[in-house]
Design a protein around this ligand. Structure first.
Ligand SMILES: CC(C)(COP(=O)(O)OP(=O)(O)OC[C@H]1O[C@@H](n2cnc3c(N)ncnc32)[C@H](O)[C@@H]1OP(=O)(O)O)[C@@H](O)C(=O)NCCC(=O)NCCS
Length: 164
């Protein structure tokens, strides 16, 4: 197996986190389409890859770049904050702690970069997402009414990071 040249660091034990590359698009899109009613398009993912302050973290079993992607998290670095725009885990791998690993990795990175806070938006009806974020201490700080249409609100969640 070829070592993954894009690896930024090994994940907790059995997982490897890397920054998404254009060749990861097919796998990421498959997860995206099975995760959201209004999935991001391939053009949108490719646009994110070109934005200097945007990064998409992908996670796969440790072993090399040939291992299948099981989840991803897109985040923006804006001033002193990190904004999480998208998180999804492959249907077959949910409930195994991978979402927790992805958010945990984004928070470690935010601390390394001395960010003040991490923010995100989540559908009010998204029980799994809300619980995942709450487990890290994210708090609801606002609501965008009917943000997703069909009467579905977006909850704005924020986690302040201690300095030090
Ligand atoms: C939200 C999502 C990323 C969670 O990923 P995951 O790998 O299954 O999450 P984990 O296994 O790490 O679980 C973390 C916590 O989330 C919550 N959770 C996960 N699945 C859940 C479910 N089906 N129902 C309720 N809570 C759930 C639990 O609190 C869980 O912690 P616990 O196992 O200690 O109770 C995944 O369900 C997903 O991809 N959903 C579709 C896309 C999406 O909604 N993304 C978030 C948009 S803001």
């Amino acid at each position: 197996m070829v070592a993954n040249p894009g690896a930024v660091h090994a994940g907790a034990g059995h997982w490897t986190f890397t920054e998404m590359r254009p060749q990861d698009l097919r796998q990421v899109l498959a997860i995206e389409r099975s995760s959201f009613a209004n999935p991001w398009s391939s053009a949108l993912f490719l646009q994110e890859l070109r934005i200097p302050f945007s990064r998409i973290l992908v996670v796969r079993p440790a072993g090399g770049a040939d291992e299948p992607i099981v989840g991803y998290l897109c985040r923006w670095f804006v001033a002193d904050e990190i904004h999480v725009l998208n998180v999804a885990v492959h249907l077959a791998h949910r409930g195994r702690g991978i979402g927790t690993l992805l958010v945990g990795e984004a928070l470690r990175e935010a601390k390394r970069r001395r960010a003040d806070a991490v923010t995100l938006e989540v559908r009010r009806s998204n029980e799994a997402g809300r619980r995942l974020y709450a487990s890290f201490g994210f708090h609801e700080v606002g609501v965008r009414r009917n943000y997703y249409g069909c009467g579905e609100d977006a909850l704005i969640m924020r986690l302040a990071l201690p300095r030090g």
